[in-house]
Design a protein. Structure first.
Length: 127
């Protein structure tokens, strides 16, 4: 693995929230240009170490967010994004495997991937 890949993987592992490439551009631990960061995030996702989704919000516009994915466990997480304070809340590992199987049976297709996230107002912004 190249230096950039290792550094990015470490950062994704430690991050409690999904991160976008533009957020990572300002990280002191990542002294790489934007193109290198994009390319390596894409690589990590292709190799099954990361996953991404595209989210639009008023604060950050349309961005692709990356989060760590354990290759051995194969478990990915789902997220809630607050439209007011723009933090992500980790909803834990995917709980939709049973539903997927049902849909595969019902429609006869084979699911290779899915993206799912929630947006709304978090508890502390509500009060
Ligand atoms: Zn909030
Ligand atoms: Zn936001
Ligand atoms: Zn899922």
């Amino acid at each position: 693995m190249t230096k950039a890949r290792k550094a990015l993987l470490e950062l994704l592992k430690e991050s409690k929230e999904p991160v976008s490439a533009s957020m990572l551009g300002g990280e002191p631990s990542l002294p790489f240009d934007q193109a290198t960061i994009y390319r390596n995030l894409h690589y990590l996702e292709e190799q099954g170490f990361a996953e991404s989704f595209i989210l639009h919000c008023t604060e950050h516009g349309t961005e692709r967010y990356y989060s760590y994915r354990s290759r051995s466990e194969g478990v990915h997480h789902h997220w809630f994004h607050c439209e007011k304070c723009h933090t992500f809340i980790d909803l834990g590992g995917c709980a939709y495997q049973e539903q997927m199987k049902e849909w595969e049976k019902q429609y006869g297709f084979t699911i290779s991937d899915h993206t799912f996230f929630l947006t709304g107002i978090c508890a502390s912004c509500k009060s």
